[in-house]
Design a protein around this ligand. Sequence first.
Ligand code: SPV
Ligand code: MN
Length: 624
Amino acid sequence: MEVINSKDLEKLNALNNHHVLKIVNEFVNLCKPSKVTVITDSIDDIRYVRKRAVELGEEIELNLKGHTVHFDAFFTMSNHDQARDKGNTQVLVPEDEQASYPWINTMEREKGLKEILEIMDGCMKGHECIIRFFCLGPKNSKFSILALQMTDSFYVGHSEDILYRAGYEEFKNLNGSDEFFYFIHSSGELTGDPPVTKNLDKRRIYIDLKEGRVLSVNNQYAGNSLGLKKLALRLGIYKANNEDWLTEHYFIMGVHPKGKTRTSFFCGAFPSACGKTSTAMLPGQTIIGDDIAYLRVWDDGYAHAVNIEKGIFGIIKDVNAKDDPVIFDALTTPRETIFSNVLIKDGTPYWIGDGRETPNDGDSFSGYWNKGIKDINGIEIPHAHPNARYTIGIEELNNADPNLHNPDGVPVHGILYGGRDSDTMPPVIESLNWDHGVFLGATIESETTSATLGAEGVRTHQPMANLDFMVVPLGKYIENHGKFGSKLDSYPKVFATNYFLKNEEGKYLNGILDKLIWVIWAEGRVHNDFRAIETPIGFIPEYLDLKSLFKQYLDKGYKEEDYNQQFSIKPRKILEKLDRIEEMYKKEKNVPEFFWKLLNNQRQDLTHFLNEYAMDEIPPHILK
Ligand code: SPV
Ligand code: MN
């Protein structure tokens, strides 16, 4: 390789791993970068990545120290690279296995490889390629998996430095084995200033389960480009489900009820843009992670979880001082932060719902922006993209949990599953037992958002908020969840939350910070602090407990009529939901027996309920 100098080659050779050398060789020959730079864990190497991101214009420095902005490609409001591209993300599997994956795009492996390798031929021409080494999970931990990333995007490299633990030294401990994931990414041909991907029509993200690798080309948006994020999530789900542990789309947080000395650890899965990060960043609580976790059965009888990341790639829309005070504070103080796809005016970032006056013009995700500007299809362009994001490290936040890097992870006491559901499920319910908890997670429905390309507001199935990443048959995945719990002496209590209930006029029934109350109630239930009302769909809170929590935590009143409206059980609506769920799961082979049993029992109970009360909405006080 002439494009690599002897110093960089020495860094590669020091790993003593011929698999690494082979991969680097293969993809340098294919992608044809003009230069190859190897980045170790040293501060100088990592600084170089950030410096190059700015020099190349992939990031632009802002007023506050450490702040930069990055833009992804934009042509029109419906043709851009500012969200995950589900359509061009394909899982490569042998032809006879394709039928096992009705929920995701699959492609016959050899055909897919041929196509993407052709697109990748020469994709890094004129670019510098960096070779990166990371550790998914804490260092020296049984949970962790190593990852090799090659990319010609310094924004990708810089984002990964904020989001993932360095792994060059860990690679040395592999002793030459091939037990690591690898990710090859290229932004492809670039256009304009700032440099963004030109050929979105040739955007491809192909997941090769057999080789434990992902090839991604002609994109920059982190959900498509950063190997270690959603691409590694898929490889992790595949690996975990063929072993005996779990890879999940979970946040991990420490919950600290007032007046108690205990901390309880909660995980939670929510589809994108449904309040996941803001739950993990609730005031008074501590955060371990906001997106992806590995879980294992631990010898203390609990499930233990680690965050495979160490930073947050969060949605910035609606982050303001009132609704998300902890995040807002983090984003408006000097620290290493990458903003993406926001509006910049005089070196300050603005976004939708930031609680500030929007400037009349500025530089935005769509280029130069002024109020009222439209795309070529006549669609008005907002000042920031609804899926605009921020990237920050967790370590330096005041609310970082001290266990962030604990190699043993933390014991999981509770799990929350949530979706964006305007009319069916109450704000919080507790499962009856572990299997019922799996059922609650498996039956989450959610309306689509701007976090993925395509129409918004369409009701979709979102089992464990993982359907986009479901690279094993769903039936097998659900069964593994059931089995996982049965190996635990103390299984986590499982809750389903819904922050998005609306009244008939379309107004939200809850304030944004009300989620704190549901979380504190759930934590209290883990410790038997509160009584609850049993319903056919699970336990719901009692009014007086919530009233006192609202007062204590938010200094707010909570009217009984609001409680009755929010926590009414709607048998007809839920029966309709069960029909949709049945329709979906019928397409799946090997759905475990307990799932069908729970579905049928619930249907029976709700039908009785409907006959007994003859009401479409049954308020909780009747049930007590
Ligand atoms: C999500 O959409 O679930 C995210 C951001 O966490 S992305 O990296 O786009 O997946
Ligand atoms: Mn996510």
